[in-house]
Design a protein around this ligand. Structure first.
Ligand code: OSB
Ligand code: MG
Length: 368
């Protein structure tokens, strides 16, 4: 398909409540939306970058630069056949996975629209709806956290993840476990500990957690191996897994027993599928992570999470957990049983509200 024009929108969208992790607080979530025009169709994608380099070295600023000055000019006017073709073209750009993934998502949306197939069908996803949970940010006190978790349980979420950081870890998790003895519970440290400082986390082993997500440095698969040996609870890697190779390293080193797959972090949906297939072969459970996506990225994550190896609830919550107003007309709702429906329309299966995109955008670039 010929890529005739590429538009970039740097948007900032107010969250319904601030989201705090070990690396900072997000009040307005920024990202870059990509739209690609091709042969009468428009495909949309989302680069799940943040304003600050806290989760990843990438930011809205770096992604803008990579998209505008490298990926855009490489693709404009070109005939790009699919995600594999795209990945070959951008292979010379080192890193910048979140930037690449936004473009790949838009290409999948176009491919689906051309073939009148949903992304789930294109990927071979099986489930019409996927099991989901909610990721709860750091709160002011363990009591406030227990209360916040209670509101999400009342809303119907069947799996809770709490964010932890040094000084706000075991007491938080213990308080939640004590208040809700039987819920599916997991914690996420976002790389806040070293192998030495992580020893304070050992009491978590007695709380019957589903997993402990990314306790140690993002570039340290080896120390995760050493820490996993000291725990019964499975370690789940997020930040450390930036490619299928890294997934293989982690599996071979026994650095984790579960992997969180985020298409953005691994440079695109095609790479996410590769990691899913690798983990399935190795017998490692995977689940779909989230990055506070808009309706565009949420639709994509739901399709990815419909693949058979995704056997733990994803960080894909209902639209109203994140935004009062979204950039898609579709509003994702939580079903009884803590599931969300996978879109069935062509491509991502969402209709973008371009007025909302323009209202949230503070810069816009059109290359044609
Ligand atoms: O580590 O999983 C993470 C949000 C932004 C960046 C990193 C993470 C998260 C979340 C939120 O935990 C998950 C969601 O989108 O609901
Ligand atoms: Mg995480």
């Amino acid at each position: 398909m010929k890529l005739e024009s590429i538009k970039l929108y740097h948007v900032a969208m107010p969250l319904v409540s601030p989201f705090e992790t070990s690396f900072g607080v997000t009040i307005k979530r920024e990202c870059i939306l990509v739209s690609i025009q091709s042969e009468g169709l428009t495909g949309w994608g989302e680069c799940a970058v943040d304003r600050d380099p806290g989760y990843s070295y990438e930011t809205t600023g770096t992604a803008w630069h990579i998209l505008k000055d490298f990926i855009g000019p490489m693709l404009l006017g070109e005939y790009v056949s699919d995600a594999t073709d795209f990945q070959q073209r951008v292979a010379g750009i080192r890193g910048h996975n979140l930037a690449k993934a936004g473009v790949e998502m838009a290409l999948w949306d176009l491919l689906g629209k051309r073939q009148s197939k949903s992304l789930r069908e294109l990927l071979g996803g099986l489930r019409p709806r996927v099991e989901v949970g909610v990721s709860v940010g750091l709160q002011d006190s363990p009591e406030a956290l227990v209360e916040k978790v209670g509101t999400y349980l009342a809303a119907g979420y069947g799996r809770i993840k709490i964010k932890i950081k040094p000084g706000r870890d075991v007491s938080e998790a213990e308080a939640v476990r004590k208040a809700y003895p039987t819920i599916k519970l997991q914690v996420d440290a976002n790389s806040a500990y070293s192998l030495e400082t992580a020893s304070v986390l050992k009491p978590l082993d007695d709380l019957n957690l589903l997993l402990i997500e990314q306790p140690l440095f993002e570039d340290d698969i080896w120390d995760h191996r050493l820490f996993q040996k000291q725990l019964r609870t499975p370690i789940c890697l997020d930040e450390s897994i930036i490619s299928a190779r890294h997934a293989r390293y982690a599996i071979e080193m026994e650095a984790c027993r579960i992997i969180n797959i985020k298409p953005g972090r691994v440079a695109g949906i095609s790479q996410a599928v590769e990691i899913h297939n690798l983990c399935q072969k190795a017998g490692l459970p995977v689940w779909c992570g989230g990055m506070l996506e808009t309706g565009i990225g949420r639709a994509s994550n739901l399709a990815v999470a419909s693949l058979p190896g995704f056997c733990l609830p994803g960080d894909i919550s209902a639209s109203d957990r994140y935004y009062k107003r979204d950039v898609t007309y579709e509003n994702f709702k939580l079903n009884p049983g803590s599931t969300i429906d996978v879109p069935t329309g062509p491509g991502l299966g969402v209709q973008v509200d371009e007025t909302a995109v323009r209202e949230f955008a503070f810069s816009e670039v059109i290359a044609d």
